[in-house]
Design a protein around this ligand. Structure first.
Ligand code: HEC
Length: 189
């Protein structure tokens, strides 16, 4: 068969398409059929869980923050998906408690979504409430003041523009908050 693919371009393309189709089906169509929890997008829509346990649409301020996040290319370096890996749940964890993995319902209001692919910096899917306002201001002004050797570039034009800073901060502090997973609702403001 390999011999035939070597000699016939049509056969090689046909075989590649068939293999691609099988791979696509196995990774996109089969999983939601096996795990039904994927099809329940609003599992976190529970106001009784308080302000942090509730998935809600973006406020105007947060939308502005998302636009800045997009404009500045934060997503070149940061992902927003806690994978099923222990390293991820530990890294996104908080005071000894592992963070939950990302689930589809958390992203229903993201337009465009900011999953990202390149993990030059840490994943930000659970960063909301991890640091306070002052930390973020200092970090945007110059990341190396807080993390020596950081390759994150300084964003002084954000740190020094109160409107932009507050918008981006609102967006960052929202990330990962739909799941109320931290012990005692312990969040930095
Ligand atoms: C060139 C890659 C790069 C870009 C672009 C970048 N970052 Fe970072 N970021 C990093 C790296 C590396 C770190 C880890 C070291 C540090 O804390 O500075 C980091 C850390 C962070 C942290 C702390 C995460 C944690 O869990 O400790 C936040 C929040 C953050 N970045 C937000 C942003 C935002 C918002 C933008 C866009 C305005 C941005 N970053 C752009 C590379 C980048």
């Amino acid at each position: 068969m390999l011999n035939r693919a070597d000699k016939s371009a049509g056969f090689a393309i046909g075989a590649a398409l068939v293999l691609f189709f099988i791979g696509g089906t196995l990774t996109t169509v089969i999983p939601p059929l096996v795990d039904k929890s994927w099809g329940r997008p609003f599992e976190n829509h529970d106001p009784s869980k308080g302000p942090t346990g509730k998935l809600r649409p973006y406020t105007e301020l947060e939308k502005h923050g998302l636009a800045i996040y997009t404009r500045e290319g934060c997503w070149y370096c940061h992902t927003q998906q806690t994978r099923t890996l222990v390293a991820d749940t530990k890294r996104s964890g908080w005071r000894g408690v592992d963070s939950p993995i990302s689930t589809p319902d958390e992203f229903v209001y993201d337009q465009p979504h900011m999953f990202g692919t390149k993990r030059t910096g840490p994943d930000l899917s659970r960063v909301g409430g991890k640091y306070n306002t002052q930390w973020h201001r200092t970090h945007f002004r110059n990341p190396r003041d807080l993390t020596p050797g950081s390759v994150m570039p300084p964003f002084p034009w954000i740190a020094n523009d109160e409107g932009e800073f507050q918008a981006l901060l609102a967006y960052i502090q929202r990330l990962g908050r739909a799941k109320d997973w931290r012990p005692d609702g312990d969040y930095e403001q």
